[in-house]
Design a protein around this ligand. Structure first.
Ligand SMILES: *[C@@H]1O[C@H](CO)[C@@H](O)[C@H](O)[C@H]1NC(C)=O
Ligand SMILES: *[C@@H]1O[C@H](CO)[C@@H](O)[C@H](O)[C@H]1NC(C)=O
Ligand SMILES: *[C@@H]1O[C@H](CO)[C@@H](O)[C@H](O)[C@H]1NC(C)=O
Ligand SMILES: *[C@@H]1O[C@H](CO)[C@@H](O)[C@H](O)[C@H]1NC(C)=O
Ligand SMILES: *[C@@H]1O[C@H](CO)[C@@H](O)[C@H](O)[C@H]1NC(C)=O
Length: 813
């Protein structure tokens, strides 16, 4: 008896030791993945990317997400003793079995990650990274993440954090702190910044709280028919021998590279890179959307988390991140003259001299279908890569190097040994022409009086380039001398963050700009040469684009001479790419040698100086005798799935009152047959629904929510309804507080009421200012300025049926 007990004890011990051994060798890294809602203001705030001031949000096509991955080497300075490791694994096991998902979210993770060897990578459904955004996220993380082992080290701070935008052109703008990016957005948007900073920090916190032993495998393949070069004549300026090397793939990159994160039990996510712009949705779109990459993520997360999972609410996180996509368009039918249907002039991308008539589109019938086709192609290949057996497992340590570079004033040693200088930022004339994905709207830059108030304000501070600056940017003719304009605050950054994340043989280059196809190839080739010369064979190199700041484009020196849009938007002169390669070489060498990297001062935090002309929400009202959330247009009695679209509309309020993070403005509910209860099937994060906010009639703050549901072919048959959720703003509390009464609901939500309310509240303001002037306020009135009140409503039920089926038949059987 005793002997067998001892025997089993020894066996258990051996098993544990073996398991520990196996876990440490098979799952050598600690990894967590997290996803969180970053949907910005869904009304009245500029959608950034095309530079078209009139393109502002009026609803949601799909919610925007931040997808975070933390990858860490295990142990403190790699020197954990076996007992510690065993203890940590026990902890992990315990947590795995005993702790519910919810508790796990809030419980701190075991302090396993090596603070010296941790990297945090985020792919967010936004236009691009922003230095101010990275700073705000880092500051928020100081509250969310505990310090490691009592040391001063922060897990994800400026140096080890990369926030890369997917480059969707359908997300809120106004979150870059430099004036030139705020012209079309009418200044800075606190709402966009808050949504992004909080959501990204929350996604990282979720990743942190799920840190688990993992392995990373890498797979890659070529994806054709999913992108085209939108400046082919520029590409042709590159040397013929160089282009020959890429003959098999041509003038855009076709490589899809994918990391797969796997624990002992399951896959927890993928991180995928493929070169293509988020410009399937064109500059007429006003609904927030992740565009083709957002759709690829949506499909993959649904596939892995199960059809029942709600968007953005599963444990598997699928990021389709941006890379060197500078000259790469998803509009694979190519550019055509919209008036004649004929091909555009190749060199100038214009039709009879008009650039705005030359527009690329396809492959779908309309822009939403195009986004779907390009998104699905990325998803299909990503799925194939997920199940591919041609994989490489990443082995080795995690490390990183980071440097702020004063790229506006750098001496660059060129390949032939001569030196050259970069220049303070400036945009050339072709910048204003835009691209075939979205023709330029910057015509007002020629004059100083436009309808754009922000432009009128900053145009007074236009900087005239010095002869030296003109010479430096040659052959680029300078339209906007942004790098030397510093009023009311800097127009463009002259200091950029660059960094390298290394995980075994994988090197992620975090680049704060859009590199063209050939520029990206040159940077990767230069890095490959540097790494292999140090004895690392077959390094895997990927460019994480639009990361941590935004500085427009980077073309090759040859492409620069052509001065198309991308070249005119290469901010720091003809040697910008050479400067990037030199600086990446510097920090790569430091990384391989184990040396620290030198750095310039970080860019300044200009948040206190930001100007915003974006009007606030004043008040919401409904017509007399009506209620918020009540239905205006009811659905029909029945619809055919896979064919019909349902349309309903509600009396609503400004969606900026509550962005409903991790929530929804709508639900499509199905009646459960067995218990007579409604079950939510779709939300505003789904591709098949659209929430359109119609505030045109906003005379007295009256507005409507229009909800579209394109019924998917696989929707279960049965009875459905559509519900709307919103929040309205009332100013009544101010008057109420003053007069000491509570306004009845019918009054506070009516037009008459709101007029009265406006009157009362200006009365209150007047009273305030007078008594303050007189200095005789006994006690300043502490009044809550406004109140946000939630409301909701549902349509009447309707039937979803099969094509050809009649409802009577269904009931009679
Ligand atoms: C991350 O970078 C910050 C500086 O930005 C540094 O203080 C911190 O120690 C780094 N953390 C790790 C895990 O190395
Ligand atoms: C998200 O998932 C959690 C559990 O994982 C669940 O409690 C919650 O209701 C889900 N939310 C939605 C909107 O489905
Ligand atoms: C945008 O796409 C729609 C089709 O969805 C098309 O009708 C429209 O002409 C396009 N507009 C521009 C400016 O590209
Ligand atoms: C540019 O850098 C050089 C040193 O490399 C320095 O002497 C010069 O003052 C700098 N110019 C500006 C405008 O900062
Ligand atoms: C605005 O433009 C008009 C001509 O288009 C010109 O006559 C006028 O002087 C301009 N105003 C200012 C303030 O520049």
């Amino acid at each position: 008896m005793r002997l067998s007990k001892l025997g089993s004890y020894i066996l258990t011990l051996l098993a544990v030791v073996h398991a520990i051994d196996k876990e440490t060798s098979d799952y050598p890294l600690l990894i967590g993945s997290g996803i969180y809602d970053i949907t910005g203001p869904a009304a009245q705030v500029h959608i950034q990317g095309y530079g078209k001031s009139s393109q502002s949000s009026n609803g949601i096509h799909m919610r925007l997400r931040s997808r975070a991955f933390i990858v860490a080497s295990v142990g403190s300075n790699g020197a954990k003793n076996p007992q510690e490791v065993a203890h940590d694994i026990q902890q992990l096991r315990f947590r795995k079995h005993r702790v519910t998902e919810k508790a796990r979210d809030s419980a701190p993770a075991p302090l396993l990650a090596d603070p010296e060897r941790t990297v945090c990578f985020v792919s967010a459904d936004i236009l691009c990274g922003s230095d101010l955004l990275t700073l705000k996220v880092a500051q928020r993380l100081e509250q969310l993440l505990p310090q490691q082992h009592g040391s001063k080290k922060r897990l994800c701070h400026l140096e080890n954090l990369s926030i890369s935008g997917t480059h969707t052109h359908s997300a809120s703008g106004g979150f870059l702190q430099y004036a030139v990016y705020q012209i079309t957005s009418l200044g800075f948007s606190d709402e966009a910044m808050d949504a992004y900073a909080e959501g990204i920090a929350q996604s990282i916190h979720r990743a942190y709280s799920k840190l688990t032993r993992c392995e990373i495998t890498v797979a890659e393949d070529l994806l054709f028919d999913s992108n085209i070069n939108r400046s082919p004549s520029s590409y042709l300026l590159n040397p013929v021998e160089e282009r020959k090397r890429y003959e098999n793939i041509g003038d855009t990159d076709k490589r899809m590279l994918q990391l797969r994160f796997t624990t002992a039990e399951k896959d927890i996510g993928i991180l995928n890179w493929f070169s293509v712009h988020g410009t399937s949705l064109n500059n007429t779109n006003q609904l927030l959307s992740g565009d083709n990459k957002g759709y690829a993520s949506y499909l993959m997360e649904k596939h892995q988390n199960g059809d029942e999972s709600m968007p953005g609410n599963g444990s598997f996180v699928a990021a389709f991140a941006s890379t060197n996509l500078g000259d790469v368009s998803p509009n694979t039918n190519g550019p055509r003259c919209v008036d004649t249907g004929l091909p555009c002039d190749v060199l100038t991308s214009s039709c009879g001299g008009a650039a705005e008539k030359c527009i690329a589109s396809g492959p779908g019938e309309d822009m939403f279908e195009s986004a779907q086709v390009i998104g699905r192609k990325q998803f299909d290949m990503a799925l194939a890569l997920l199940h591919s057996n041609k994989i490489k497992k990443l082995k080795g340590e995690v490390s990183f190097r980071h440097s702020f570079v004063n790229v506006g004033n750098l001496t660059v040693v060129l390949e032939d040994g001569t030196t050259a200088k970069t220049c303070p930022a400036a945009l050339g004339y072709s910048f204003a022409a835009g691209t075939t994905d979205g023709p330029g709207q910057f015509d007002f830059t020629q004059g100083r009086n436009s309808s754009n108030g922000f432009w009128n304000m900053i145009a007074a501070f236009l900087s005239k380039p010095t002869p030296k600056q003109v010479q430096c940017h040659h052959p680029k003719p300078i339209l906007l001398n942004t790098g030397e304009a510093t009023q009311p605050y800097d127009w463009d950054p002259n200091t950029i963050p660059i960094s390298i994340f290394r995980i075994g043989d994988l090197f992620i280059l975090n680049v704060p700009s859009e590199l063209t196809t050939m520029a990206g190839r040159r940077l990767r080739q230069a890095m490959t040469d540097t790494i292999t010369s140090r004895g690392v064979t077959d390094p895997i190199i990927t460019i994480a684009g639009l990361a941590n700041s935004y500085t427009h484009y980077v073309t090759t020196f040859e492409e620069y001479t052509g001065q198309r849009y991308e070249a005119a938007s290469t901010l720091y002169g003809p040697h910008t790419l050479a400067a990037y390669i030199q600086e990446f070489n510097r920090i790569m060498t430091d990384l391989l040698n184990g040396d620290p990297s030198s750095t310039s001062d970080p860019p300044r935090d200009l948040s206190s100086q930001q100007i915003s002309l974006i009007p606030p929400v004043l008040v919401d009202t409904v017509e007399f005798g009506k209620e918020f959330g009540s239905v205006i247009v009811e659905p029909e009695d029945e619809y055919t799935r896979g064919q019909d679209a349902v349309f309903v509309s509600f009396r609503s309020a400004n969606p900026r009152n509550n962005r409903r993070p991790q929530g929804t403005f709508l639900t499509v509910d199905k009646m459960l047959a067995d218990n007579n209860k409604w079950k939510t099937m779709y939300v505003d994060g789904d591709w098949c629904t659209k929430f359109v906010w119609n505030g045109d009639a906003a005379l007295f703050g009256i507005s409507f929510a229009e909800i579209h549901w394109q019924i998917p072919p696989d929707t279960p048959l049965g009875q459905y309804r559509i519900c709307h959720f919103g929040a309205r703003k009332t100013l009544f509390s101010e008057a109420e507080a003053l007069l000491g009464f509570e306004a009845p609901e019918w009054l506070s939500s009516s037009t008459v009421g709101s007029a009265l309310e406006a009157l009362l509240s200006s009365g209150v303001k007047l009273f305030h200012s007078i008594c303050q002037r007189l200095g005789s306020c006994v006690e300043p009135l502490q009044v809550e300025r406004s109140r946000i009140i939630e409301f909701s409503g549902c349509s009447r039920p309707f039937l979803v049926k099969e094509a050809g089926a009649t409802p009577t038949k269904e009931f009679s059987e």
